[in-house]
Design a binder for this molecule. Structure first.
Ligand code: ZN
Length: 157
């Protein structure tokens, strides 16, 4: 079967009912099937839906952003960080385009800062309320780039 581009609106909550994210205020999110653009536990369910379908999809942490890994928590000397006025809870990007990580500041001492590179949603069971808005065949260009284009897809062209 040829890969498809699937667009959907979603509201994401954790298992405590807190809303974490939503596409409802903007474009539906578009992804290319089969390339790992979205978490596997969600893609598996979306692949079986059709336009107009609404569904609540519960994805356990293991199938979402994985469990927390203590090895991804590191202490760095303050002098090694470009920013001085860091606060607990600050998030910034580290690494290059291919292996971009979001790190979160979790502790600050006089000399050191603790950075946590676990995904902010690691260890969380996630609940997606989804509505499929479009399903279409992927274009040759999308297949060669490995992602969806257009509204809700990548906007790098
Ligand atoms: Zn592209």
């Amino acid at each position: 079967m040829n890969p498809r581009v699937i667009s959907f609106h979603y509201t994401l909550t954790n298992n405590k009912g807190d809303e974490l994210d939503s596409s409802r205020s903007g474009d539906a999110f578009a992804f290319l099937e089969g390339v790992g653009q979205i978490i596997p536990g969600l893609e598996k369910v979306l692949a079986g839906l059709k336009v107009g379908d609404k569904q609540k999809v519960e994805v356990a942490a293991e199938e979402a952003y994985g469990m927390r890994d203590d090895n991804l928590v590191m202490q760095v000397e303050k002098s090694q960080l470009p920013k001085e006025d860091l606060q607990i809870g600050d998030q910034f990007q580290a690494g290059d385009d291919q292996h971009m990580q979001i790190v979160t500041v979790t502790e600050i001492t006089a000399s050191h800062v603790t950075l946590d590179a676990n995904h902010p949603l690691a260890g969380e069971d996630l609940i997606f309320d989804v509505e499929i808005t479009e399903v279409r065949p992927a274009t040759m260009e999308e297949l060669s780039h490995g992602h969806a284009h257009g509204a809700g897809g990548h906007h790098h062209h």
